[in-house]
Design a protein around this ligand. Structure first.
Ligand SMILES: [Zn+2]
Length: 565
């Protein structure tokens, strides 16, 4: 970055962002800003390749065993990261004065039967585990049992009053197994965010939605476009131990399953129906559940283990006596999938170098740069390296339920999940663009970098709801997730997208997600630099960012800001 002007002047002069588009009018303020500008620019030089590369290389080694929650490798990762935080001069950020906010996880390991039989209409079909179905336990008990339950096709399985959409239409689904399409309606921009996948389009919503109906199970029909990833990601993510936060009083089904599209087609054909026809029906508001006249039984022996993982929290206390009670939180998840099913080469360690050692490295290098400032920002800055993200954002969900700053005091969350390992870009992906006033700050700073900010380039994949910023958004905190651009400097237009698609198809959630010394971290330097300046601007501004009016998370924010009664 050649020069930082307006954005930093705003950041350091404490001007309110809304009136910041004009340069400061008084000379002394400008002079102070200019000094601060130089210091902040100097500190930003701490954001460099070597420091990040060191962290990525370290925690993606085989000796970290893929950083599975509750494992030896998990503990080793947390210890290593806390040491690095201490070395940077952060202070322990957990409430009891330690580096870690521990949380309990219940590991649910269902022995999946090799086969699963379905009967009806005078015939039966037996499916093969792995190739055709993946099933896991929906409950934290030693056995999950379904006896003679009937399959009902329920379309998307969505109840969304704000879109006047209810796939269940009051039909009694107690004791049934719901067969559901993935994703949410995506053909009309006015419906469910169009191609942008909302929470309604995600598996966690689907299984919860089925449980709320009293269903004993749910089967999601996998298709690569509706999931945003191939079936092999289901295979590797849904086998072995599944971790959850300890069960509360929420409704739960006995089983949660996935089948391939081809398998769903066969099952539905048994009922004398056609999957494509059923899907056509489900594209309409007046769709009603379709009983398939097919029944099935299944029982899973479940091993339950209780383990502990933790969020590693490092704090940079703010310099303003009043604003230091407020905080900007940078997050990146430190966990990955651990040791699992070996690939063709016999490699069973899911190293998670890209996912998410690169994000951890970016959050850490930002901390290093902020610590290099002559004076801390006005608000505090928390580096939260959260655990158990791959199991459903569990570490960040735990933090959000047990925050070290009240939700209304958390100014913003800036998350990194994956980094750009392919070089400089003309653009940067800002997941969450269009949702909050952070937009203007990040857009302006990116412009200073000579880059443009783009919304989610793969919005059908629902990335906003797939990483830890979602846990913060749910408690009302304006949040953004910075991701790789797609327009690479000196590369053909489609090159970036090809690299990212290749990663998704070949390495995502596979043992082959390993550190590659050939990675070019120039783009990660740019993206971390953007997060640094954005975080700094937010930490120094008079007012905290806000959600745009009418955003899905605005109500939660207003509630968290309301004075306690
Ligand atoms: Zn990740």
């Amino acid at each position: 970055m050649k020069h930082i002007s307006i954005a930093v002047i705003i950041a350091l002069s404490g001007l309110q962002f809304a009136c910041s588009k004009e340069a400061p009018t008084t000379e002394p303020a400008a002079a102070v800003a200019e000094d601060g500008n130089q210091a902040a620019l100097q500190a930003s030089l701490q954001i460099e390749d070597e420091y990040m590369r060191g962290i990525i290389k370290e925690i993606s080694q085989d000796s970290y065993e893929g950083r599975g929650p509750g494992s030896r490798g998990d503990e080793k990762t947390r210890t290593y990261l806390a040491e690095r935080m201490a070395e940077l001069g952060l202070v322990p950020g957990a409430e009891d004065g330690s580096w870690e906010q521990p949380f309990d996880l219940v590991g649910v390991n269902a022995a999946q039967p090799d086969q699963w039989t379905f009967s009806g209409h005078d015939s039966s079909i037996t499916l093969k585990q792995w190739d055709q179905f993946i099933v896991s336990s929906g409950i934290q008990e030693e056995q999950a049992v379904v006896e003679n339950a009937e399959l009902v096709f329920v379309g998307y399985g969505i109840q969304a009053p704000e879109y006047d959409w209810d796939d269940y239409k009051g039909v009694d689904l107690n004791g049934k197994i719901l067969v559901m399409m993935n994703n949410d309606p995506d053909w009309d921009p006015e419906l469910f965010g169009g191609e942008t996948r909302l929470w309604y389009g995600r598996w966690d919503y689907k299984y919860l939605s089925a449980a709320r109906q009293g269903a004993v199970g749910a089967i999601i029909i996998h298709t690569p476009p509706s999931a945003g990833y191939p079936f092999q990601v289901v295979q590797t993510s849904w086998t072995g131990v599944q971790f959850e936060l300890p069960a509360g009083d929420e409704p739960r089904s006995q089983i949660s399953a996935w089948v391939t599209e081809d398998t769903a087609r066969k099952l539905i054909a048994m009922a004398g129906l056609d999957l494509d026809d059923l899907r056509e029906q489900a594209y309409n508001r007046d769709f009603k559940p379709v009983p398939l006249g097919i029944t099935t039984s299944i029982s899973l022996d479940v091993e339950i283990e209780r383990v502990q993982s933790g969020n590693v929290l490092g704090l940079i206390p703010g310099s303003d006596p009043e604003l230091k009670d407020e905080v900007v939180i940078f997050t990146a998840h430190h966990d990955h999938l651990g040791i699992g099913t070996p690939n063709e080469d016999g490699d069973a360690i899911y190293n998670g170098a890209f996912d998410n050692a690169t994000g951890v490295a970016q959050a850490m290098v930002i901390a290093k740069a902020i610590k290099a400032l002559p004076e801390a920002p006005r608000r505090s800055v928390l580096i939260a390296l959260v655990g158990a993200e791959e199991q459903g954002l569990l570490g960040s969900e735990y933090y959000a339920a047990n925050p070290t700053f009240a939700p209304g005091k958390i100014a913003a969350n800036i998350n990194y999940d994956g980094g750009n390992v392919w070089g400089h870009t003309h653009d940067v992906t800002y997941i969450g663009l269009g949702k909050s006033s952070i937009d203007q700050i990040a857009t302006m700073i990116a412009a200073e970098q000579g880059r443009i900010v783009k919304p989610d380039q793969f919005s059908d994949k629902g990335y906003f709801y797939r990483s830890d910023q979602f846990s913060f958004a749910k408690i009302g905190v304006p949040a953004m997730y910075l991701d790789t651009g797609t327009d690479f400097i000196d590369r053909p237009p489609e090159w970036g997208r090809e690299q990212q698609n290749h990663y998704t198809e070949v390495n995502y959630h596979q043992p082959s997600d390993e550190y590659d010394p050939g990675w070019n971290l120039d783009g990660m330097v740019d993206d971390a630099t953007l997060g640094y300046w954005t975080g700094l601007a937010i930490a120094n501004a008079d007012e905290m960012p806000t959600w745009n009016v009418g955003d899905e998370f605005e109500a939660a924010r207003l509630e968290s800001l309301a004075p306690a009664e």
